[in-house]
Design a protein around this ligand. Structure first.
Ligand code: AMP
Ligand code: ZN
Length: 434
């Protein structure tokens, strides 16, 4: 099989047929969900059931499910089948209170692995690729999610897990890794280790494609990653509550992420009015699982901000695409009355070739609202008397002022000195709240 598609019929299904399939699956998902303690009461008390659905738009009659609903019903409240039938669980990191747990039966795991295989295939991965998964394993879904999908696709799969850059490079070189998955924030650090070792990933590895996701990142960061590694980087979107990765993925066109609409129903709402916005307009993504048996989730508020990209994709897939996530509603912070998303700052920083890929935004209260942007200078540039340091700082501050309407303090620090995390990067340190 070397078609352009993993499941041609499903991926290129004409919209009327795809929507009819969604409608049928939506009714089943709602009916199933009402086997759970939570949805039986949540929908039942409002007189809602699958009988309330005559068209896809009728989903709007249903209330939203929130992360608090999942936490408050930890661990089994949303289960629509018996726990005995389940074979796996994952959960969110849950730094405050209960995490949100997801359980999967055999069907759910097969369906998830298939979506992952379909996703990676759409960006050009093939069975003769050697795939290295540099994602945390364990409760985080990026490990096992990619692992089973890559095996299903037929790639030799290296479960390298996160961190330990020298070993990552050793594995890459020994096994001839051609495709890899990582959070984008790790790749800058990995590249620095290549450099320290006197290696150039463009020449000294066989990398052709990178799958990057799990955290917001800008187009500028993607470009950087592509240049550093001489490989194409494809955006991968997922969240634990929706299985994990494999919800939406960029195809070879790199023109937004196709959401697999035979398995998810997507809506974009205005987070204030909670009403739907038309395709093309930005808002909060709301997702409904259409193929999950053990734990269907209906109208889940993701808090992720994106928009549907209008028009068709050149790849021939008919599943809608959504734009790069510009942030989460809860990522936004306010300084001197201006609403700011970290990614706006990232975009400016990544346009300065002197700056590395790690940065941190610190919010303090010393004189009213204060904001310091700390960024690492590339290792080859940082010397105590780098002559252009002051003028570089002024340039960055001035472009940031034009972009976010606030002039932050800029601190350029030596490479490798900002705090690092093995999983998702923490970009904002809000000391005002402490
Ligand atoms: P988790 O369930 O811990 O994997 O976190 C899911 C969240 O990670 C999503 O709701 C998004 O906020 C974020 N996320 C996942 N993939 C992406 C991506 N490709 N771009 C931006 N944010 C992402
Ligand atoms: Zn496409």
């Amino acid at each position: 099989m070397d078609s352009r598609y993993w499941q041609e019929e499903l991926e290129t299904m004409p919209r009327p047929q795809l929507e009819a399939l969604q409608m049928e699956k939506l009714k089943t998902a709602v009916a199933r969900s009402m086997n759970s303690k939570f949805y039986k009461e949540f929908f039942g008390s409002k007189g809602l059931s699958e009988k309330s659905i005559d068209g896809l738009d009728d989903i709007q009659k249903f209330p939203f499910t929130t992360k608090d609903d999942l936490r408050d019903n930890w661990p089994f409240g949303l289960m629509a089948t018996s726990v005995d039938e389940c074979v796996r669980m994952h959960c969110t990191s849950g730094t405050t209170g209960n995490p949100a747990a997801v359980l999967y039966n055999r069907h759910d795991l097969d369906s998830w692995a298939n979506l992952m295989a379909r996703s990676m295939w759409s960006s050009g991965a093939r069975p003769n690729d050697v795939f290295q998964n540099m994602s945390g394993y364990g409760l985080f879904t990026g490990g096992l999610g990619f692992q089973y999908g890559a095996e299903k696709l037929g790639m030799l799969t290296i479960p390298a897990a996160a961190g330990n850059s020298k070993r990552q490079i050793y594995l890459m070189q020994s096994f001839g890794t051609t495709a890899a998955h990582s959070v984008p924030s790790y790749l800058g650090r990995l590249y620095a280790v290549f450099q320290e070792m006197g290696l150039d990933p463009r020449k000294d590895t066989k990398l052709k494609r990178l799958f990057i996701g799990a955290e917001p990142h800008s187009e500028e960061t993607r470009q950087r990653i592509q240049e550093m590694f001489g490989a194409k980087a494809y955006n991968s979107f997922g969240m634990t509550e929706m299985n994990g990765p494999g919800v939406a993925f960029e195809c070879e066109c790199q023109a937004g992420m196709h959401i697999w609409e035979d398995c998810y129903l997507i809506e974009i709402i205005d987070p204030d009015t909670l009403q739907r916005v038309p395709d093309g307009e930005w808002g909060e993504m709301v997702l409904t699982t259409l193929d999950r048996q053990a734990m269907p989730v209906i109208r889940y508020r993701t808090h992720d901000l994106t928009r549907i990209i209008p028009g068709d994709c050149a790849c021939g897939r008919t599943h809608k695409r959504f734009d790069r996530i510009k942030g989460r509603t809860d990522d936004m912070f306010i300084v001197k009355g201006c609403n700011i998303f970290p990614i706006q700052i990232e975009r400016v920083l990544m346009n300065f070739p002197e700056i590395g890929t790690d940065y941190l935004i610190e919010l303090t209260n010393e004189q009213g609202d204060d904001m310091t942007v700390k960024a690492e200078l590339k290792p080859e540039l940082f010397t105590d008397n780098y002559p252009e340091l002051e003028s570089l700082k002024r340039k960055i501050a001035s472009i940031l002022r034009d972009t976010i309407l606030v002039t932050p303090k800029i601190q350029l620090v030596p490479h490798g000195t900002l705090p690092k995390s093995e999983g998702k990067a923490k970009r904002v340190l809000d000391l005002r709240k402490q």
